[in-house]
Ligand binder design. Structure first.
Ligand SMILES: [Zn+2]
Length: 79
């Protein structure tokens, strides 16, 4: 058995925001729900019938990374 390395692939559920955006990250932290002060870099499509976009900064992409204007997530390559 060989150990496969995970690869970064573009995540189609996420859309990069313009670098000129002023949208703030919507992450809140702790019991006091202090809002993250960072400007969002990308937004996540949430919902199916009623689609809304949730924007997050590079620190709050849930394990994804923001690379060259694309949000990428780690995947196991298909055999
Ligand atoms: Zn944030």
């Amino acid at each position: 058995m060989t150990i496969q390395e995970r690869i970064w692939v573009p995540d189609e559920e996420w859309m990069a925001l313009s670098s000129e955006t002023t949208v703030r990250c919507r992450m809140t932290e702790g019991k006091t729900h202090i809002r993250c002060p960072n400007t969002a870099v990308a937004q996540f499509r949430r919902g199916y019938r009623l689609i809304s976009w949730w924007a997050y900064c590079a620190d709050h992409l849930y394990g994804r990374r923001f690379n060259n204007g694309v949000v990428e997530s780690l995947r196991w390559p298909l055999p």
